[in-house]
Design a protein around this ligand. Structure first.
Ligand SMILES: C[S@@+](CC[C@H](N)C(=O)[O-])C[C@H]1O[C@@H](n2cnc3c(N)ncnc32)[C@H](O)[C@@H]1O
Length: 278
């Protein structure tokens, strides 16, 4: 007589990792779109003596910054550009859906390469390339081409905003853990090739039940240095780039406040914004 199949427990509870939504975890642990948009809005006003109205978020992912931008003022419009349709779809279902119709109508999402953003992505006041996404471009030619595309998309007094991460710790193969509400965020600098600058990083998430979401996100970047970036911005035709460094919190960390800097302190790890003028 054949052996009956092993009895299965009908209610095997899925682990926290199995139930997790990686985009939701990313937004809660990595992004702070309120502070980012505060910075963009304030610096644009300070430098250009007017308010920006049309913002383009390159590498927009779930379009979280676009949503924050249109919430700020009824005249604001946002254009999000990303190659990955499923990620854009997640943004529509979870972020744009939380907006009022009058806000949602002021967002355009484009499933395109930022190197060819198309006619709907032109004549914008500000372009954002955040969370080091532009490090996807690994050669000087590619990165210069991207910067030129951005410059051609801006109105005459537009501004380009990028972020940057540097310091000797950025070269290390290392993991950094940070406790968030209900989970742990793990930043994994997995590989660095000192000959090519090729840099592989992952984001993992760990949960109190012991489960893990490994490689929720993987980035294959080149680790650029700040001087190279500023040189390439100039080669792409931008007239000025200003580096804003983060202040100290007095306990060895950053305080989230960024101010224009002329000299860079040689910290182990530091964050910066670069504000670029055509
Ligand atoms: C690190 S996420 C950035 C998410 C968000 N902008 C942020 O600040 O956290 C990188 C995104 O860039 C997109 N991406 C990568 N290469 C791209 C390209 N050439 N053009 C447009 N999007 C690209 C990916 O699909 C991914 O959603």
């Amino acid at each position: 007589m054949p052996k009956p199949p092993k009895k299965q427990r009908s209610s095997t509870k899925p682990t926290r990792a199995q139930r997790a939504d990686k985009h939701d975890l990313y937004q809660r642990s990595v992004q702070d779109v309120e502070s980012e948009i505060d910075f963009v809005d304030a610096q644009f006003k300070r430098i250009r003596k007017r308010r920006a109205a049309v913002l383009r978020e390159d590498f927009c992912g779930t379009a979280n910054s676009c949503c924050e931008w249109v919430r700020r003022r009824p005249g604001n419009r946002a254009i999000g550009v990303d190659l990955d349709q499923p990620t854009l779809d997640w943004g529509v279902a979870h972020n744009l859906s939380t907006l009022r119709p009058s806000q949602r109508d002021r967002i355009t999402l484009l499933n395109r390469n930022v190197l060819e953003p198309g006619p709907k992505a032109k004549r914008v006041d500000a372009v954002l390339a955040m969370n080091f996404s532009y490090w996807i471009f690994k050669t000087r030619d590619e990165l210069r081409e991207y910067f030129s595309t951005v410059r051609r998309s801006l109105v005459k007094d537009g501004l380009f905003f990028l972020d940057f991460y540097g310091g000797p710790d950025s070269l290390k193969v290392t993991r950094e853990r940070r406790d968030c509400r209900g989970f742990t965020y793990i930043w994994d600098q997995a590989e660095y090739d000192s000959l090519t600058g090729s840099y592989t990083c992952h984001i993992h998430f760990a949960f109190p039940d012991g489960s893990r979401l490994r490689n929720a996100f993987t980035y294959q970047w080149r680790l650029w240095n700040l001087t190279e970036i500023r040189d390439l911005l100039a080669e792409a035709g931008f007239s000025k780039s200003t580096v804003y460094l983060e202040g100290d919190d007095g306990e060895g960390g950053g305080d989230g406040q960024f101010a224009p800097a002329k000299v860079g302190e040689n910290c182990l790890a530091w964050l910066a914004y670069i504000v670029v003028e055509p």
